[in-house]
Design a protein around this ligand. Structure first.
Ligand code: ADP
Ligand code: MG
Length: 236
């Protein structure tokens, strides 16, 4: 007998709440969607790093996060997995438009995130797009409004918000600010403020930064709501 959909979702939520992540070592132990687990397996990811162990559960429960972790600690999966789970839970499809937005300081980092998303999220049916300087703006304009997961650099995203007609992010569920300290160091403060002003305020925000400077704290105050503070220093 098939269970009603509501009941299944409730079951999964309960087991995630009860999951003691301090004891969890492998992705398989999380109540992720089958498609997410298959993507992780295919990409060869088995054990969690420290930041993944600390961030994934609160992120999946809808908490805002202020995460401090150095380069190489595995931050990408710490936000890619919650994005996939969030959109999956909401039965997201192309008609819903952008559901998650990842802002990265540089084209190279944005490209790397996009590659991880394609590998791990490949079993899901979400559309994904890379909005970085250097590509054709007009070509991007045709698809950007239908793209479910957008990975971008700040300048190019604001350009679309300002010039691409009918482009909006009114349905957006999640905003990820990756390497926020570098975004600010590169002089994108005003651009970032303008982007955030265009986003729905009921969204969830995950902010990752290697350092906690005053400008990062200011940004956190502006963009996060009652965040969980996660700081990871040692290796997994
Ligand atoms: P960060 O964004 O914190 O600098 P990344 O997400 O780019 O770190 O990950 C750094 C490296 O570690 C990448 O090569 C990635 O493939 C690898 N990695 C991340 N998470 C895991 C994991 N759970 N198991 C094995 N390797 C991982
Ligand atoms: Mg990174």
């Amino acid at each position: 007998v098939k269970k009603p959909k509501k009941e299944i979702e409730k079951e999964e939520t309960v087991s995630l709440v009860d999951l003691d992540t301090t004891k969890v070592e492998k992705f398989e132990e999380f109540p992720f969607a089958t498609k997410t687990k298959a993507g992780l397996r295919k990409a060869g990811f088995v054990s969690l790093t420290a930041i993944q162990r600390a961030a994934i559960k609160p992120a999946m429960l809808g908490k805002d996060i202020l995460g401090a972790a150095k380069t190489g600690s595995g931050k990408t999966l710490a936000f890619i997995i919650p994005i996939l789970e969030c959109l999956h839970k909401h039965n997201w499809n192309s008609l819903d438009g952008p559901g998650a937005l990842v802002i990265s300081p540089t084209r190279e980092l944005a490209f790397q995130i996009f590659e991880v998303l394609k590998k791990v999220g490949g079993k899901h049916n979400f559309s994904a797009g890379l909005l970085i300087g250097g590509n054709n703006v007009k070509e991007e304009a045709h698809s950007v409004g239908k793209t479910n997961i957008i990975i971008c650099t700040p300048g190019r995203l604001l350009q679309h918000m300002d010039t691409t007609s009918y482009f909006h992010m009114n349905n957006l569920k999640m905003l990820i600010l990756d390497e926020a300290d570098r975004i600010l160091d590169m002089g994108f403060k005003t651009t970032l403020d303008a982007i955030i002003e265009n986003l729905p305020s009921e969204r969830q925000t995950l902010l990752f930064s290697a350092t906690q400077t005053k400008s990062v704290k200011d940004l956190a105050r502006l963009s996060l709501r009652d965040p969980a503070y996660i700081s990871v220093h040692s290796e997994a």
